[in-house]
Design a protein around this ligand. Structure first.
Ligand SMILES: NC(=O)c1ccc[n+]([C@@H]2O[C@H](COP(=O)([O-])OP(=O)(O)OC[C@H]3O[C@@H](n4cnc5c(N)ncnc54)[C@H](O)[C@@H]3O)[C@@H](O)[C@H]2O)c1
Ligand SMILES: N[C@@H](CCCCN[C@@H](CCC(=O)O)C(=O)O)C(=O)O
Length: 487
C-alpha cells in the first residue's frame, strides 16, 4: 500500500495519514532532545493505567518538565500523552524488554513506577545501576527492602508508599502523632480505614463495588493474610480467604452503609509511627456492606487463584464459566444445569444471595471466560467488564484515621481525621487524584532537591508530609479533623 494511503487512528480518535502521524512523533522527539539540552528535567512514567493521569497533569504544568509515558499498551499511553504538553508515549514491556527499560531509565532524571507492584524491584535495579531517582505509590515490599544498601551506595532516593493507602494515610497519621507528642500526649490507639468505592448512587451491583484501580490488585487483596493489634493482643488472620469472614460493620459516617476488614500487617507500623505505647493498631479496607459476602463466593469457588492456568491462556477455544466452575469443583462439565447449580449452592454455603450474585455476574452459564494467564486474571477481566464506571458516573474515596491520645492531664481524646473525595465526572477519578497527586508531588520534591535523603524513603517525616499535605489541599483534597473527649 502506498505510504499516503496508510492511516492510523491517533489518540484523539482522528484518522490521520500515517506519514503525518510519523512526522508528528518525530517532531515531538526532536523537541524532547532540545528540551533536554536546555535544563529541562525528564521524567519516565512507567504505566498508564487507572491512576497515572494526575501524575502527568501535575508534572507538565511546569514547562521545564518533559514526561515519557511507557506502557505495554501503547494505545493507552498515547491516549494519556495526547492530553498534555511535553509528553511522549512509548511502548515498553518490562517483562520482555529489560534492555530497553535500562536505556529509557538512563535517559531520564527520575522514574515513577505506576506498574503492577511486582515489577518495582526490577525497575529499582535499573535505577540503581543508572543512578536515577525513583518514586512509587506502592508498599515498601521485602524485595524492595533488600535493595536498601545498593540504593544508598548508588546515592539515589527511592520514595515508596506515596499514594493514598499507603500514602496520605501515613502523612495524616504522622502529622497527628508528631503534634500530639509535641503537646506531651501519649498515643494509645490508631485505627485507620480507607476505601475506594463507587459513589453511593453507582453501587447497584451485588459487590456494591466498581474498579477505580487495578482489578487484579483489588481481588488479590481479598485472600491476603492480616495481622493487627487489638487491646494488646496480636490477632492473626491466615491467608486464603478468612479475611472476608473478618468483616465488621463501621458507622463512623452513619449516612454510609460501610463494612471494613483488616489490611495486611498493621503491626509493622508500630515502629515507623513511633507508637509503641498503643494497645490497638489496625489499618483496614472499607467497602459498602455486602462486598465481603459476595466476594466470599468467588473465594469458595477457588477463583482467587493466581497460579498459571494453561487452559485459559488461549482464545481459540474459550472455556465457559460453567465448565471452569465444574473443574474447580471436580465435576464433569456435562453435568445437567440443575445438578451443577445445586453443587454450587452447596459450595457457597446454601446462601441464596450468593447464588443471585453469581447469576448477576453470568457465571452459572455458558458465558465464555476471558483468556488470561490465571483464573484470578480471568476473573479480574470478567469483573472489570461488568464493574467499570459508565460515562458520568463518579467514584469516591473515604479515608478515616481515629487516633486515641492520652493527655498529660489524664484526659483521653480521640482525633477523627477524615478525607472524602469524589471523582470528577468526565475527569480524574477520586482514586487517581489521591494516588497520582501524592506521587507527582513527591517526584517534584525529589527533582527540586526538597527530598534529598538517600536510600529508601517513606513519607512519614515532617519535611515530606508537611509540604506534601499542603500541596494536596491546593489540589482540592480537604482533610477534616474533629475530636471526641472521654473522661
Ligand atoms: N498507594 C495507593 O493508594 C495505591 C492506589 C492504587 C494503586 N496503587 C499502585 O499504583 C500502581 C498503578 O496502579 P493502577 O491502578 O494504575 O494499575 P493498572 O493495572 O491500571 O495499570 C498498570 C499499568 O502498567 C502497565 N503494565 C502492566 N504490565 C506491564 C509490563 N509488563 N510492561 C509495561 N507496562 C506494563 C499497564 O499497561 C498499565 O498501563 C500499582 O502498583 C498499584 O498497586 C497504589
Ligand atoms: N485499601 C483501599 C484503598 C486502595 C489503595 C490501593 N493500595 C494498594 C497498594 C498496593 C501496592 O502498590 O503496593 C493496595 O493493594 O493496598 C481499598 O482497597 O479500597
Amino acid at each position: 500500500m502506498p505510504l499516503f494511503l496508510q492511516a492510523v487512528i491517533t489518540s484523539n480518535g482522528v484518522l490521520t495519514p500515517k506519514f503525518e502521524y510519523i512526522e508528528k512523533l518525530r517532531e515531538r522527539r526532536e523537541k524532547a532532545q532540545i528540551m533536554q539540552k536546555s535544563g529541562v528535567k525528564r521524567v519516565l512514567l512507567l504505566g498508564s493505567g487507572y491512576v497515572s493521569g494526575p501524575v502527568v497533569e501535575y508534572l507538565t504544568r511546569d514547562k521545564k518538565i518533559q514526561v515519557t509515558v511507557a506502557s505495554a499498551l501503547l494505545r493507552q499511553a498515547e491516549v494519556l500523552a495526547a492530553k498534555y504538553p511535553n509528553t511522549i508515549p512509548v511502548t515498553l514491556d518490562v517483562s520482555s524488554q529489560e534492555a530497553r527499560l535500562d536505556s529509557l531509565v538512563q535517559d531520564h532524571d527520575l522514574v515513577i513506577s505506576m506498574l503492577p507492584y511486582s515489577f518495582h524491584p526490577m525497575v529499582a535495579k535499573h535505577c540503581i545501576k543508572r543512578k536515577v531517582n525513583m518514586v512509587t505509590a506502592s508498599y515498601l515490599s521485602p524485595a524492595m527492602k533488600e535493595l536498601q544498601s545498593s540504593v544508598e551506595q548508588a546515592g539515589i532516593t527511592i520514595v515508596n508508599e506515596m499514594g493514598l493507602d499507603p500514602g496520605i494515610d501515613h502523612m495524616l497519621a504522622m502529622k497527628c502523632i508528631d503534634q500530639a507528642k509535641a503537646g506531651g500526649c501519649t498515643v494509645e490507639s490508631y485505627i485507620s480505614f480507607c476505601g475506594g468505592l463507587p459513589a453511593p448512587e453507582c453501587s447497584d451491583n451485588p459487590l456494591r463495588y466498581k474498579f477505580s484501580w487495578s482489578p487484579y490488585g483489588v481481588l488479590l487483596n481479598t485472600i491476603s493474610p492480616a495481622v493487627f493489634l487489638k487491646d494488646n493482643q496480636v490477632v492473626n488472620i491466615p491467608a486464603g480467604g478468612s479475611l472476608m469472614d473478618s468483616t465488621l460493620s463501621l458507622d463512623f459516617f452513619p449516612g454510609f452503609n460501610l463494612e471494613g476488614f483488616p489490611n495486611r500487617d498493621s503491626t509493622k507500623y508500630i515502629e515507623p509511627y513511633g507508637i509503641q505505647t498503643a494497645h490497638t493498631l489496625i489499618r483496614g479496607t472499607l467497602r459498602y456492606q455486602g462486598f465481603s459476602k459476595a466476594m466470599s463466593s468467588f473465594i469458595k469457588l477457588g477463583l482467587i487463584n493466581n497460579e498459571p492456568c494453561p487452559t485459559l491462556q488461549t482464545s481459540s477455544s474459550p472455556v465457559s464459566w460453567k465448565a471452569l466452575l465444574c473443574k474447580q469443583m471436580g465435576l464433569s462439565s456435562s453435568i445437567p444445569q440443575e445438578a451443577f447449580q445445586e453443587a454450587v449452592y452447596e459450595r457457597v454455603g446454601r446462601d441464596d444471595d450468593k447464588m443471585e450474585s453469581l447469576r448477576w455476574f453470568e457465571m452459572l452459564s455458558d458465558e465464555p471466560v476471558p483468556p488470561a494467564d490465571s483464573v484470578l486474571a480471568a476473573l479480574a477481566k470478567h469483573l472489570e467488564a461488568k464493574l467499570s464506571f459508565d460515562k458520568g458516573e463518579q467514584d469516591m474515596i473515604i479515608l478515616r484515621n481515629d487516633v486515641g491520645l492520652r493527655h498529660p492531664s489524664g484526659e483521653l481524646e480521640t482525633k477523627h481525621i477524615s478525607l472524602v473525595v469524589y471523582g470528577d465526572p468526565g475527569g480524574f477519578s477520586a482514586m487517581a487524584k489521591t494516588v497520582g497527586y501524592p506521587a507527582a508531588i513527591a517526584a517534584r520534591m525529589v527533582l527540586d532537591g526538597e527530598i534529598s535523603t538517600k536510600g529508601l524513603v517513606v513519607p512519614m517525616t515532617q519535611d515530606i508530609y508537611g509540604p506534601a499535605l499542603e500541596r494536596l489541599q491546593r489540589e482540592g483534597l480537604h482533610f477534616m479533623s474533629k475530636s471526641t473527649f472521654h473522661k
